[in-house]
Design a protein around this ligand. Structure first.
Ligand code: C2O
Ligand code: CU
Length: 468
């Protein structure tokens, strides 16, 4: 166990808040909410300063009623095993829903229009309530007109705490994403069809917590928990840290069996990375988090050591407690192929939740036509409690972060690289890779799975499973 008290943690956090740019602290809310006292969250249009030049109009954010204008969505905090209730109100002038990415919760709370709930019209509210079974770093976002709504700002962090989580000297959460802004700081078109047919369309302004290269003060010599979520609609990050050593303690919200030194970590859209950083000892020393893809490193955020050294030791960092996970029964598993490919067929259908008007991608040769009241049949029916092995194969020249709702993938093997026995809700499959992913169907309902490059999701690379 780490020789740190809660008191040290609080002192560290207060310090960070006093000197820093509010990284991960702005908009932070805590506590579990009883059904009688729900957390109130709304989606609304706002202006915000993103590129440091002029306010961007027509942004979308989540906020508490009466929340500050132009602030990024609050980081929601809940406790593993405790009921959480949230009343969501739609103050956009289009329908929306809220999806809790990575949470294994009942199907009716999953936020997928038509499949799990009606979309929420302007002015209407929807009560979400669930008990998160896993502790870790997650996030939330809409599942309706997703490219536009996420592109304009609706991506927020969600942290599920475990009362037994080890304490650190400070904690920071970073929401990494881009914006498609023109030279006048205003939104330009969210995508180009020719890019949607390749890697997806990249943003023009990169941010962490809605700020360009923010810097945060942190206690010198301290151990800092850094929670990172890639909520961008397109960008894969290859993250490195200069100026300090760090350990990876969790991926996609799920603790690693033992912490691993960070060299370079790939974090694709939808994925998360939890690090413990050992800050340098001398006041003023800078630690830089950089994205080294594809070539010239680009600074994402930096951290400055302040105060007398706390002289912590990275060697004292324990593994996080594992989350409860159903064990796959591989001897009785059914096998299902999942082929990711490009398509020439155009199946795109108009939808109240938006269509990009194109089909470029398919799963098992079928392009998903879009959200609709009469969705196609599920790709497969899984018997409740049964284990299925998905033989996922990527025959495209692009990487795809494939995300499953409501249950997790257990990574078994890959044709191209050694894999850790990870548990994850979002597996990044590389070009020409074949991978075996086991899923224990322990959560009844219709569960979508899709590529989290949103242009791929919206132009065909989506389907769903039915667990009965
Ligand atoms: Cu992050 Cu279908 O979602
Ligand atoms: Cu994709």
């Amino acid at each position: 166990m780490l020789p740190l008290s809660r008191r040290t943690l609080l002192k560290g956090s207060a310090l960070a808040g006093a000197y820093g740019l509010g990284l991960g602290l702005a908009g932070k809310v805590s506590g579990a909410f009883a059904a009688s006292d729900p957390y109130l969250l709304e989606a609304a249009v706002t202006d915000a300063l993103i590129d440091g030049k002029a306010p961007t109009r027509g942004m979308m954010t989540y906020r508490q009623p009466g929340g500050i204008d132009g602030a990024m969505p609050p980081t929601l905090r809940m406790t593993r095993g405790e009921a959480f209730a949230l009343t969501f109100t739609n103050r956009l002038d289009e329908p929306t829903t809220v999806h809790w990415h990575g949470l294994r919760i009942p199907n009716g709370m999953d936020g997928v229009p038509f499949l799990t709930q009606p979309y929420i019209y302007t002015g209407d509210s929807f009560d979400y309530g669930f008990t998160p079974p896993d502790a870790g770093t997650f996030w939330y976002h809409p599942h309706c007109n997703t490219l536009e709504q996420m592109g304009r700002g609706l991506t927020g962090l969600l942290i599920v705490e475990d009362p037994n989580d080890p304490a650190f000297d400070a904690e920071i959460a970073l929401n990494l994403r881009d914006w498609r802004l023109g030279g006048n700081s205003q939104f330009i078109e969210q995508f180009k069809p020719r890019d949607a047919a390749k890697t997806g369309t990249f943003g023009t302004v990169r941010t962490a917590n809605w700020q360009v290269e923010p810097q945060q003060d942190l206690p010198a010599g301290g151990l800092v928990r850094l929670r990172i979520a890639a909520t961008d609609v397109t960008r894969l990050y290859n993250l490195t840290l200069d100026g300090a050593e760090a350990l990876i303690v969790a991926l996609d919200g799920q603790p690693l069996p033992s912490p691993m030194p960070l060299e370079m970590a790939i974090v694709a859209p939808g994925q998360r990375l939890d690090l413990i950083i050992r800050m340098p000892d001398s006041e003023g020393q800078i630690v830089t988090l950089s994205d080294v893809r594809p070539s010239a490193p680009k600074s994402v955020a930096s951290f400055r050591a302040v105060g007398p050294s706390l002289k912590r030791d990275l060697g004292d960092v324990p593994a996080l407690e594992p989350n409860p996970a159903p064990a796959p029964d591989l001897s009785n598993a059914q096998q299902i192929p999942l082929l990711l490919s490009a398509t020439a067929e155009n199946a795109a259908r108009d939808s109240i939740c938006g269509t990009l008007g194109y089909s470029f991608w398919a799963i098992n040769k079928v392009p998903w036509p879009g959200d609709s009241a009469d969705p196609m049949a599920p790709l497969a029916e899984l018997k409740l409690g049964q284990t299925t092995i998905f033989n996922l194969e990527n025959v495209t020249p692009h990487a795809h972060p494939i995300h499953l709702h409501g249950m997790n993938f257990h990574v078994l093997s890959s044709s191209t690289r050694p894999v850790l026995p990870l548990i994850s809700d979002t597996y990044l499959i590389l070009p020409d890779e074949k991978v075996q992913l086991a899923v224990v169907a322990d959560n009844p309902g219709d569960w979508v799975f899709h590529c989290h490059v949103i242009e791929h999701q919206k132009t065909g690379m989506t389907s769903y499973l039915r667990v009965v």
